[in-house]
Design a protein around this ligand. Structure first.
Ligand code: ZN
Ligand code: ZN
Length: 344
């Protein structure tokens, strides 16, 4: 089969590799769509200790079941299936508690397990048993279903900040993930959504998602503007959806009393920021993080898309065949669009 194989830093080769052999409790998917995530690009350029090359990346996957092992009952040949990233090991204390995104093993598709940038993708026994594998609701396409993975991560991040009716929610980062946070914040009761980015192009392309206020940090101080917008109080909720450490500090500085701040965006390893603990102390602020998603949240994401409450088609800007995977990566990296889909 044809696959885009990550060979090491800044090296991906599209080549023929053996088609996976399907064991008793395993399933083979013909990949129909696999979206490019910022983390794929980070692995491509900087490596990752969970990814040992040669490996097939890609964890926002949707496809059709073409083969099942004798022991498989969860899906059948011909089923349309969406697959998320984080695969619970099923054994550690966190998986036992239903929070497999905190799993001590931290397995994921496109990391330790071969991912979706290939003609076929094997769903191994652990993935089939504990992983985010769900039949795609009839109404939605493979492309939309592939985006259930990032939406599940957004749902996880939004659950952490306990949005209440009437809350002002600030999202720092106008990329596809930040833009997915806008409708989810609304569904959870936010009456004012503010979006911040330092890239004017990003701000302009995010306007179709209809936040109440867009702040270009190249023009004005986002902290000052948010404080002003909230009558000097600060935001109820702030979420970072970007990889810049300065914005993580801004997030704390623009939050109000009893605010919930989620440092959602991953930063480069060993990044540090200096915070003033008294700000958190006197404002009784809650500072949290979030990482990945659970299989339950992946199912919720699919249901949300199928219900029409979130129009995933609006988040897809480019499509590439597998042969052009490096163009797909470049396009996602240039920030000249939103989600980029690879169609093997
Ligand atoms: Zn992702
Ligand atoms: Zn585990």
């Amino acid at each position: 089969m044809k696959a885009a194989v990550y060979m090491g830093i800044d090296r991906i080769e599209v080549c023929d590799v053996p088609k996976p052999i399907v064991g008793d409790n395993e399933v083979l998917l013909k990949v129909e769509a696999c979206a490019v995530c910022g983390s794929d690009i980070r692995i491509f350029h900087s490596g990752n200790n969970r990814v040992v090359p040669p490996q097939i990346l890609g964890h926002e996957i949707a496809g059709r079941v073409v083969e099942t092992g004798a022991g498989v009952t969860k899906v059948r040949v011909g089923d349309r299936v969406a697959v998320g990233a984080d695969v619970p090991c099923g054994k550690c204390i966190y998986c036992e508690s239903g929070i497999g995104n905190n799993c001590l093993e931290n397995y994921a598709m496109g990391y330790q397990f071969a991912g979706g940038f290939a003609e076929y993708c094997l769903l191994n026994e652990m993935v089939m048993h504990y992983g985010p594998v769900h039949v795609i609701p009839e109404k939605i396409s493979y492309e939309e279903a592939a985006l259930a993975e990032p939406l599940a991560c957004v749902i996880n991040g939004m659950e952490k900040v306990h949005i209440r009716m009437g809350d002002t929610v600030v999202i720092i980062g106008a990329g596809p993930i930040g833009c997915m946070m806008i409708p989810v914040a609304r569904l959870l009761g936010s009456t004012r959504v503010v979006m911040i980015d330092n890239d004017l192009k990003r701000i302009n392309q995010a306007k179709k998602f209809e936040a109440d206020e867009y702040i270009w940090s190249g023009e004005k101080s986002p902290v000052e503007r948010v404080v002003q917008l909230t009558g000097g109080l600060g935001a109820d909720v702030v979420i970072t959806a970007n990889g810049s450490s300065g914005t993580h500090l801004d997030a704390i500085n623009m939050a109000g009393h009893r605010a919930r701040v989620n440092l959602f965006g991953g930063l480069a390893q060993n990044t540090t920021i200096t915070i003033e603990p008294n700000k958190i102390h006197y404002k009784e602020m809650v500072l949290t993080g979030s990482h990945g998603s659970t299989p339950k949240q992946h199912r919720q994401a699919l249901n949300l898309i199928a219900s029409g409450m979130i129009d995933m088609k609006k988040y897809i800007s480019h499509r590439y065949p597998l042969e052009n995977i490096t163009d797909a990566f470049a396009s996602a990296e240039n920030r000249d669009g939103l989600r980029v889909i690879v169609k093997p």
